[in-house]
Design a protein around this ligand. Structure first.
Ligand SMILES: [Zn+2]
Length: 137
């Protein structure tokens, strides 16, 4: 299964419409597109159908400020990141395999290391400072 833009927005595109810019809309569509490309590869490789839920998508400043542990410079602020539900850590484990790392490369995505994201998987389009596909927050 893949995720939808509707799942990504969590209604914040309506609730925080005043803060929504064309750039944020474009970035949201792009992170969802790339995450879905990765999910299709993941499902084909593992035969699984999960995750198909979004824990966290776009965070307007007030939402980000109220999010426990969120970085002040979080790529969620610019809709350049998505947190997929990953209760069993299965996708995080797969991402750390050679096949998973290759998928990150092919989809041009960066992932936060598994130990930093218990029960979810953080993917982002924003390039990391180190350029590493799997990074420490
Ligand atoms: Zn995240």
């Amino acid at each position: 299964m893949t995720i939808t833009l509707k799942q990504y927005w969590k209604n914040r595109n309506f609730e925080y419409a005043a803060e929504l810019t064309p750039q944020i809309s474009a970035s949201a569509a792009e992170i969802v597109r790339r995450a879905n490309k990765l999910l299709v590869t993941y499902h084909a490789a593992t035969g699984t159908t999960e995750p198909d839920n979004v824990n966290s998508g776009w965070r307007p400043p007030s939402v980000n400020a109220a999010t426990k542990g969120a970085s002040k410079n979080s790529p969620h602020l610019t809709a350049q990141a998505v947190d997929l539900s990953d209760d069993s850590e299965a996708i995080d484990r797969w991402i750390s395999t050679d096949e998973g790392r290759q998928a990150l490369e092919d989809c041009d995505l960066y992932a936060e290391m598994a130990t930093a994201t218990p029960r979810w998987c953080h993917l982002q389009t924003r390039k990391t400072v180190s350029g590493r596909r799997i990074f420490r927050p």
